[in-house]
Design a protein. Structure first.
Length: 205
């Protein structure tokens, strides 16, 4: 016994695509035995999920936190329509399938890795939390605050949208900025994510 907790991860829902056939690609889910946290990658890199998501997942698992990873089938672009009961993505348009939504709903906490354009971060967060009532940690590149989410009708821990403007079931609990797609996640930001995930109540129940 070396002071580590063994985790069993079902690493493939289906075979990956292209050169990295054995690696995670779009439309794949790596699921842990206990559905505590799910980390979402918008789209894969050339041969694997984006670097920050890999490092965030490793950092959380190292702390004994059970983490599943979902790589969206249509994670690029921005949502075209948020008025329906589900959002399907086609081509360059972002979307969520009913299967993906059900996979996310099985978990207690959501870690969303997003990009560096405010409007994209906000619209994608709205797309998830409109249908999923799960506390969420946002990991993104650009500095963004709770007020910007609240103005779009997204519930947050610190700033509440006007009652008539609430658009989401889920809530943004924490935000960690300065995380760049394809680049190494700093130790400081990784520590922040681990700290936030550990302190959010559903994981302590």
């Amino acid at each position: 016994m070396f002071g580590r907790e063994t985790q069993c991860v079902d690493c493939r829902e289906s075979m990956g695509l292209g050169r990295g056939g054995g690696l995670a690609q779009r439309g794949t889910l790596s699921e842990t035995g206990r559905p505590d946290v799910i980390a979402i990658a918008m789209s894969p890199g050339r041969r694997h999920i984006t670097k920050p998501v890999c490092e965030i997942t490793y950092g959380l698992r190292r702390e004994g936190i059970q983490v599943s990873v979902l790589v969206l089938n249509a994670g690029a672009g921005v949502p075209e329509d948020l008025t329906g009961k589900s959002i399907m993505g086609y081509g360059p348009k972002f979307g969520l399938s009913r299967v993906e939504l059900e996979q996310i709903k099985r978990h207690k906490l959501l870690v969303l890795h997003l990009g560096n354009v405010d409007s994209h971060v906000i619209s994608k967060t709205l797309a998830f939390l409109k249908f999923v009532d799960i506390p969420t940690v946002i990991a993104c590149q650009n500095p963004i605050d709770f007020e910007q989410f609240a103005e779009a009708g997204i519930k947050t821990r610190l700033v509440k949208p006007r009652p008539e403007n609430i658009q989401t079931e889920g809530t943004v609990m924490e935000i960690v900025s300065g995380i760049t797609r394809g680049e190494t996640c700093s130790r400081e930001n990784l520590n922040k994510i681990v700290k936030y995930v550990k302190t959010i109540n559903p994981l302590n129940n």
